[in-house]
Design a protein around this ligand. Sequence first.
Ligand code: 13P
Length: 250
Amino acid sequence: MALRKLVAGNWKMNGSLAALAELDAIAVAAGAHAGIDVLVCPPFTLIPAAVARAPDLIFGGQDCHHAARGAHTGCVAAGMLKEIGAAYVIVGHSERRADQHETDADVQAKARAAIAAGLIAIVCVGETEAQRDAGHAGIVVSNHLDGSVPPEATEVTLVISYEPIWAIGTGRTPSLADVAEIHAIIRAKLIDLLGRAGERVRIVYGGSVKPENAADILSVADVDGVLVGGASLTADQFVPIVEAAAAAIG
Ligand SMILES: O=C(CO)COP(=O)(O)O
């Protein structure tokens, strides 16, 4: 089933007020291709200025807390993101699972908070290189989904991002056959967990997506978009990926 494609940029802990100038050309490209969703997830501090600069683009956060408010120094609630104009939030990125020791249960709680606040949760899953070498990529991803997907999620409130950890920031990507295999496993698991809604939840791929490989990756069955790190930081790199997604829908 062809779902609406999502091209998302995760700026991670990069960017500055000056870097928001990159949004101008990204917004032009997004405006020219109304059939796809173009999302940028800058650091929290830049979101209000990003929304002001490019009001027609879609913005998201890179994390949220599982609670709606309270004594959680340094954290940001999903409702706070919503209030400043975010529509999405990434939860369970492998960098947070590693650096902040987030578990599947934590990720599920964050996704539930995001959905309750009216955001779309992008839940990240993916295996390490050792797990892939051991032949466990499929089961690792399945287990992440079992633990992290909120039962109330629908195609409107959830996106899954398959990000093999060994492909993030390395310039290495799985073969297209490997991407297809894992996305098919994710699709089957989503249907198992969410019923008919699972057929329509978008599954995006992340990990060293570049202008050079975007068209190939976007041509794979059940790849409903991409989550781009390094190549989302400049319009020079990100716009061609947006164009590749637009070309993929014809
Ligand atoms: O982690 C990623 C997106 O969330 C991918 O990062 P890179 O595109 O830099 O490999």
